[in-house]
Design a protein around this ligand. Structure first.
Ligand SMILES: C[S@@+](CC[C@H](N)C(=O)[O-])C[C@H]1O[C@@H](n2cnc3c(N)ncnc32)[C@H](O)[C@@H]1O
Length: 260
């Protein structure tokens, strides 16, 4: 089974404008789909992923340095690896197909597994911790804010009545037709995905060399909004986002000389 089918591969490399010998950071290495293409085009890649399984699955390529790290530490990792000047940074947000397809990771509402959903197995809270410990109000907000579920309050009440929950199928039998959104909301919370994105964007801007490129592929409107807001002072190469499979939206920016 393929680890992950990279989304918007050609567009991402086009907007990164990969230069032979240039330094790139792939903040979301996964199975290395985007990185492999950047290297084929002559770039050198510092590849980060918080999931140790991604680091193992990604091939060892000449020109690739793999680091197991959360991209909230981007600036520090770049400094430790003496990677500046950086010509391009890529963020391909969300989960990989591998993470979704392995039942033991607990990301899929369609596969039986434990309520885990941690991309980094060292993270403190699993989806199980959240569904079993959050209050009704907290669960309602989580489903409303991150899943845009209109029946959030009802789902929260049903979950609380059914506690303790330990498996994805137990949860999916409660969330029913809202399972996709409910699982997404839990995953975003378990991995603090919006917090991590808010933390990495200013660092990406900071570490880029003048004329360096930043490419972000996002999968839901909350991420896309945060990207647009945080990077509004950068020059955009995509006044309209490039749309890919699975609702992916690509936005690309360039650091012009008047940005510090
Ligand atoms: C959509 S996949 C990337 C797939 C990759 N572009 C490829 O072609 O295989 C997202 C990856 O980013 C990782 N990831 C998500 N959030 C992260 C974070 N805050 N820090 C580091 N890695 C993260 C996930 O573990 C996952 O492997």
């Amino acid at each position: 089974m393929r680890y992950h089918n990279p989304v918007l591969l050609q567009s991402a490399c086009h907007f990164l404008a990969v230069k032979p010998g240039g330094h790139y950071v792939d903040c979301t290495l996964g199975g290395g789909g985007h990185t492999t293409e950047i290297i084929r085009l002559g770039g050198l890649v510092l590849g980060l992923d918080q999931d140790p399984e991604a680091l193992q699955a990604c091939p060892d390529l000449d020109g690739l340095t793999k680091v197991q790290a959360n991209f909230i530490h981007l600036a520090e990792v770049v400094q430790t690896h003496n990677w500046q000047p950086v010509q391009g940074v890529l963020l391909d947000l969300g989960v990989s197909e591998h993470q979704i397809n392995i039942p033991g990771r607990g990301f899929s509402f369609q596969l039986p597994g434990p309520l885990d959903m941690r991309m980094d197995p060292a993270l403190p809270n699993t989806a199980g911790t959240l569904v079993n410990q959050l209050s009704a109000n907290q669960l309602t907000s989580l489903f409303k804010d991150y899943g845009e579920i209109p029946v959030a309050k009802l789902l929260a009440a049903k979950i609380i009545a059914a506690r303790p929950l330990t498996t994805t199928d137990q949860l999916a039998s409660i969330t029913g037709k809202w399972s996709r959104q409910a699982f997404q909301a839990l995953r975003i919370t378990v991995n603090d995905e919006l917090g991590a994105l808010a933390a990495v964007l200013p660092q990406a801007k900071e570490i880029l060399a003048p004329e360096g490129r930043l490419v972000v592929i996002s999968f839901h409107s909350l991420e896309d909004r945060l990207v647009k807001q945080t990077l509004k002072d950068m020059a955009t190469l995509t006044p309209k986002p490039v749309i890919g499979e699975k609702g992916a939206k690509l936005r690309a920016y360039v650091k012009t000389f008047n940005h510090s």
